[in-house]
Design a protein around this ligand. Structure first.
Ligand code: ASP
Ligand code: MG
Length: 243
């Protein structure tokens, strides 16, 4: 089994949460699966980096902004890999360009075009857990590009699709997809499963649980996604084709 597991910023905020994520990943590996973990930047890191950049130069170019913002995910990847190492598992980090994630050259909102090399597979074959930075790739010019806010979901789906993974799990701070924001509405109802079309309508209506392009891409690959919480063991929501 090859499993792609994506962890959002809240799930990675602070040492204890990083360690909890490392436990999730290593438990999956221990059960015999090959694991690719995709990470977002911790907490509000990306917002903080944007503020820092524009305070130095409000007219920062998109190219420099992308190179700068991609570092948030590198910090997370490094910390998660260190926590996994501390648990005694072999692990390696790969940035978007090291993993061969090819994009167009629309800085700040790049689209993933393909997976160029087989570095991830080589590392999995060597027995490594592979931690990949979400939200970023490399353009034909060799420049770092970012995928738009929330884009780590799309990294995870793209990797799962191109690597023919058996499962793509999106770990977040809610335990699935609800008909309305469960943080604001206590009567929100959770879906056991939801079709790609309905999910896309929820996102168009403002739901932020998944990056819109991740659902579009999952639909194109025919890949089911599982949206679940990194804080509970409860089953999440499956995003899949209409039954
Ligand atoms: N760190 C990026 C953001 O805050 C990407 C992501 O979280 O998926 O938008
Ligand atoms: Mg997100």
């Amino acid at each position: 089994m090859l499993i792609v597991q994506k962890f959002g910023g809240t799930s990675l905020q602070g040492t204890e949460r990083i360690q909890a994520v490392a436990r999730t990943v290593t438990q999956t590996a221990k059960r015999g699966s090959r694991v690719v973990a995709v990470v977002s930047a911790q907490g509000s890191t990306t917002d903080d980096l944007i503020l820092k950049a524009v305070s130095v130069n409000p007219r920062v170019t998109a190219r420099e902004m992308d190179a700068f913002l991609s570092t948030g995910e590198q910090l997370s990847a490094g910390l998660l890999a260190m926590a996994i190492q501390a648990m005694g598992y072999p692990v390696i980090t790969l940035t978007g360009w090291q993993a061969g994630i090819r994009t167009d050259n629309i800085y700040g909102n790049a689209r993933i075009l393909g997976l160029e090399n087989d570095r991830i597979l080589q590392e999995l074959d060597r027995g490594n857990i592979v931690v990949v930075t979400g939200f970023q790739g490399v353009s034909a010019l060799g420049d770092i590009t970012t995928l738009g806010r929330g884009g780590s979901d799309t990294t995870a789906v793209a990797l799962a699709g191109f690597l023919h993974a058996d499962l793509c799990q999106i770990y977040t701070d809610v335990d699935g997809v609800y008909d309305k924001d469960p943080k604001l509405y206590p009567d929100a109802v959770k879906f056991d499963w939801i079709s790609y079309e309905k999910m896309r309508r929820l996102i168009a209506g403002g739901a932020q649980v998944l990056h819109d392009r991740s659902v579009e891409l999952a639909q194109r690959f025919g890949m089911s996604l599982e949206v679940l919480s990194s804080f509970t063991e409860r089953p999440g929501t499956i995003v899949c084709r209409e039954k």
